[in-house]
Design a protein around this ligand. Structure first.
Ligand code: NDP
Length: 300
């Protein structure tokens, strides 16, 4: 089997490619800078530019496309230019995949399309699953258009699984950004701490993606989140305990708004409690369903 991983040089892509290589998948990475692919993965992983005219030729029923590409959402204050890049990088990646499939002689076996639990918008206390509709806000709109960018492939007969991912806990990403403050006894939940954190251990993120790639019966929307999401204050307490550095202070909302603007409201001060109902119904067994064990595995 062959995987074409768009955006495969990123945080999730690297871990996914390690998992797939261990399981005999042949890997092609679509990247803006294919030179980086050789640097990151060494020999054995092929890097291709998005505009390489040859890549539609390698599509066939034994090929699964995984689309992870997109400008980082938490990489800094959301200027108008940055918001445009966040949205357009995702929609354009989806459109280019659709164009390639149209040009190809054979259809791919499946597309795994990235999205995020931000789709559900700001939901304070009640849980959500795949049956819930879209919420409001910039991230919800990005997720809606991002998912929509490849929806036509379903009409063309391609199996498509959309992965609405939560906060991925691994060697990088959000956890890496939080650790320095906690290690200095200065970590704490942003704002009230009542907002939901729909987290997932990287082992389950890539385990679930591989499950969806290999399980030809699966299609539609899947929340990639652990079955036990928590409020941020519990997340901060468990993180502090795991590190042996109890937290004491909440980071005040006004200061976060001052530093990060709109991004603070949508990414730090609000969240969702998303449940992976469809993934569990499909038979995926989580390696890390509980946050304590996930943090201990990553940090101790
Ligand atoms: P990264 O930011 O680590 O990597 C994304 C990849 O996308 C990069 O390696 C890059 O590949 C490509 N990329 C970056 N900017 C652009 C751009 N402007 N135009 C086109 N391509 C670009 O993301 P993650 O691996 O953390 O996440 C993968 C996807 O999953 C992302 O879309 C993210 O939004 C989503 N997600 C991630 C979560 C997380 O906790 N990490 C949570 C929820 C969703 P290259 O430079 O090789 O072209």
């Amino acid at each position: 089997m062959r995987a074409i991983v768009a955006g495969g040089t990123g945080f999730i892509g690297r871990a996914l490619i390690d998992e797939l290589r261990d399981n005999e998948w042949e890997i092609v990475v679509l990247s803006r800078t294919p030179g980086k692919v050789a640097e990151v993965f060494g020999a054995g992983v092929i890097g291709m530019r998005w505009d390489n005219r040859d890549w539609p030729d390698i599509l066939d029923k034994d090929t699964v496309i995984v689309n992870l590409a997109g400008e980082s959402i938490a990489g800094g204050r959301w200027t108008e230019a940055r918001k445009k890049r966040i949205l357009e990088s995702r929609v354009h990646a989806g459109q280019r995949i659709v164009e390639a499939v149209r040009l190809a002689d054979s259809l791919p076996g499946a597309l795994i399309q990235a999205s995020a639990v931000g789709y559900y918008g700001i939901r304070e206390s009640s849980t959500v699953d795949e049956r819930n509709g879209p919420g409001e806000g910039f991230l919800a709109e990005v997720a809606r258009q991002w998912e929509q960018s490849t929806a036509v492939l379903e009409e063309m007969g391609v199996r498509r699984a959309v992965i609405r991912t939560g906060v991925v806990l691994g060697d990088g990403g959000a956890l890496k950004q939080m650790l320095p403050a906690f290690k200095l006894f200065m970590g704490g939940p942003p704002g009230s701490g009542l907002q939901g954190v729909s987290w997932i251990h990287m082992a389950d993120e890539v385990g679930a993606i591989r499950f969806l790639m290999e399980n030809g019966e699966t299609s539609g929307i899947f929340n990639l989140t652990a079955p036990n999401p928590v409020q941020f204050r519990k997340f901060a307490r468990l993180l502090g305990e795991t590190l042996g550095r109890p937290y004491s202070l909440n980071a005040p909302a006004f200061a976060l708004r001052f530093l990060f603007g709109e991004m603070a409201d949508e990414v730090l001060l609000s969240g969702q409690l998303a449940l992976p109902s469809r993934l569990q119904e499909a038979g995926y067994a989580f390696r890390f369903p509980e946050l304590e064990a996930a943090l201990a595995d990553l940090l101790v």
